[in-house]
Design a protein around this ligand. Sequence first.
Ligand SMILES: Cc1cc2nc3c(=O)[nH]c(=O)nc-3n(C[C@H](O)[C@H](O)[C@H](O)COP(=O)(O)O)c2cc1C
Length: 167
Amino acid sequence: MIKAIVYLTNTGSTGRYSEMLSEATGLPAFSLKEAAEHLKLNDEVFYLGWVMGGRIKGYNRAALRYSIVGACGVGMNLLKEDTAKMIKEKTGITNPSIKVFYARGAFDMDRLDAVHQVFIGIVLKKLKDNNGDKNIIKLIEEGGDFVDRANIKAAADWITGHNRRFI
Ligand SMILES: Cc1cc2nc3c(=O)[nH]c(=O)nc-3n(C[C@H](O)[C@H](O)[C@H](O)COP(=O)(O)O)c2cc1C
C-alpha cells in the first residue's frame, strides 16, 4: 500500500503537483529530504521528480530507500503518446510493474541556479542550431506555467485504485 507521495522539485512545479496529488489521494506529500523523517526503509511510495535530460531526477536516490510502485516525471515538453515510456526508459526503470506518468510543469529561467542556467543554455543552443521545436525555444526564452490539476488526474486515479486493493 502506498504510504506517501515523495518528490524532488527544483523550481516548484513538481512540488505543486505533489500537493495536488496529496489532496486528491489523501496521502501525505514529502520532499525527498523530509521523507527520511517520516517514512521507513522500503515503505511503498509514489515518486515525482522534475525531468532533466529526459530522466526523472532523484529517482535512483529515492529507489535506494523506498519501494517505488509508481512515478511521475514533470517536464517542460508537451505530453505525447510515448513521453512516459521514453522517460521511464531513460531513467533506467526496467521493472514493468512500475507505472510511469508524465505531467507538464513550468519553466522559469530566473528561478534556476547558475549551473542549471548553463545546462539549459546548452539545450537552447542545440535547439536553435538544429532548427528545433519553436514552441520549446520560446518557452525557454520567455518562460511558461502549465501546471494544471487535470494533468495529474490519471496518476491520482491510479494511486487510489492501487490502494483500494488493500482495504
Ligand atoms: C537543465 C535542464 C534540463 C531540462 N531537461 C528537460 C527535458 O529533458 N525534458 C523536459 O520535458 N523538461 C526538461 N526541463 C524542464 C523542467 O523539467 C521543467 O521546467 C520542470 O517543470 C521543472 O520542475 P520543477 O519546477 O519542479 O523544478 C529541463 C530543465 C532544465 C533546467
